[in-house]
Design a protein around this ligand. Structure first.
Ligand code: UD1
Length: 422
């Protein structure tokens, strides 16, 4: 029997919440462990379904993976299996990140096309073109990416778009290539910096992490390391938006506030009082919203632009703000499917191509709604908190892929949310 969330409207969220390691970082760091023989330890791992799924992918390649609480220990053998086509591959997008390390270490890889959120077409052309520049062949055969190389060599690579996944795969292949690789128009997301830091600890020579030009001087071999995953900026932003949407007061701990600078600026523009806590164990921010938020516009772009993953929360905020907001989605065309569910909840919204216009209403109205991906699911729960009556949110397994202890955290903040059997 499946379960869904029943969200009772009318809560003002108040209190503190801890954010754990970033989903979009930990899965790539786990893949990076393939690059060094021996045991790599990753700490601050979030307890979400994707972590054991990624562990299954690594086990199918010959690794021994042990997960205890928030610590993952990955023991990589001298000889890896180069075929990644386990059942787990189809369940998460990040599984494609084993491609670069496998080509780097085994000089060949057969990697099943990944699954993950249905947020729009997610081609792999830039991943493949990058590997080709490094001297590998790369074709799609029978649902798998097949890549082979006699030996990888450094190259100058220009990405058409600063793709997160392509940057990661090319980077993880280039660290063991002969010579120097330059990746231009590289992604600058904090998760890219996190992976660069871990690779550097493993002995990789990388310059320019966090800028759009990454320079990689290939080395012969890497060694295992211990690394702590950065806090999840998307989960942190979710709680920031939750405070603004419910006219609440939330102190978020465990995330670098500068990873959400633009989110916090937008929340200030909407009328929130924002305090930053920089460095140390207390790192994070506090968002206090007194009174109804004011409408602001949002445009999704690669980092440091406004993250596409936060777009559903921007729409939920706009739906209850005073005034009209324009939201522009530049990355994933299907993310606006979320708006259909918001309209069910009484939002006054319409889309035209990759723009959405949302006219704020005072209160939403409860209805049964269906989550289509992780962030859309979390956005619907936040919308339910400011809807009249009881909102039933279905397909919550999506939410649980990205938010450890979501219901528990919501309850701690004063929300009336239950997990019920469907
Ligand atoms: C990652 C994140 C996802 C986030 C996204 C953008 C993970 C597991 N997922 O996804 O949550 O929303 O970054 O910040 O880390 N593209 C191509 N060809 C390619 C690769 C990408 O056309 O070879 C396009 C995509 O269709 C998309 C854009 O580039 O329009 C950005 O995608 P990308 O940055 O690669 O996202 P992911 O790494 O898949």
């Amino acid at each position: 029997m499946s379960e869904h969330f029943r969200v009772h409207g009318g809560a003002r969220l108040v209190g503190e919440v801890d954010v754990v390691g970033a989903k979009n970082s930990v899965l790539k760091l786990m893949a990076a462990a393939l690059l060094a023989e021996g045991t790599t330890t990753i700490t601050n791992c979030p307890e979400i379904l994707d972590v054991p799924l990624m562990a299954d992918v690594l086990r199918s390649l010959g690794c021994h993976v042990d997960i205890e609480g928030d610590v993952a220990r990955i023991t990589t053998p001298a000889e890896l299996n180069h075929m990644a086509n386990s059942e787990a591959m189809g369940k998460l997008r990040a599984s494609v990140c084993v491609l670069g390390p496998l080509v780097g270490r085994c000089k060949r890889a057969v990697v099943a096309l990944p699954g993950g959120d249905a947020i729009g077409s997610r081609p792999l052309d830039m991943h493949q073109n990058g590997l080709r520049k490094l001297g590998a062949t790369s074709e799609i055969e029978h649902g798998c990416v097949v890549a082979e190389a006699e030996g990888l060599h450094g190259a100058q690579i220009w990405l058409d778009f600063p793709s997160v996944g392509a940057t990661e795969n090319i980077l993880m292949a280039a660290v063991l290539a002969k010579g120097t690789t330059i990746i231009d128009n590289a992604a600058r997301e904090p998760e890219i910096v996190d992976i660069c830091v871990m690779l550097q600890q493993m002995g990789a020579q990388i310059e320019g992490a966090g800028t759009s030009t990454l320079t990689v001087h290939g080395v012969d071999a890497l060694h295992p390391t211990e690394h702590r995953v950065i806090g999840d900026r998307i989960v942190g932003a979710t709680w920031g938006f939750a405070a603004a949407i419910t006219q609440g007061d939330i102190r978020v701990r465990g995330v670098n506030p500068h990873h959400v600078d633009l989110v916090l600026e937008k929340l200030r523009m909407a009328g929130a009082e924002v305090t930053l806590f920089e460095g140390g164990d207390d790192e994070g921010f506090r968002v206090v919203m007194n009174g109804r938020p004011k409408a602001v516009d949002f445009v999704t772009l690669p980092y440091p632009g406004f993250a596409t993953d936060n777009q559903p929360f921007a729409i939920t905020l706009s739906a209850v703000s005073e005034g009209t907001s324009m939201i522009t989605e530049n990355l994933f065309e299907s993310r606006f499917r979320f708006i259909e569910e918001m309209i069910r909840l009484g939002a006054d919204a319409r889309t035209d191509g990759h723009h959405a216009v949302v006219r704020g209403v005072e209160k939403l109205s409860s209805a049964p709604v269906w989550a289509s991906d992780i962030r859309a699911g979390a956005g619907l729960v936040l919308a339910g908190l400011v809807a009249d009556g009881e909102t039933e949110v279905y397909e919550i397994f999506h939410i649980e892929r990205g938010y450890p202890g979501f219901v528990e955290n919501l309850r701690k903040l004063g929300a009336n949310v239950e997990r019920v059997s469907s």
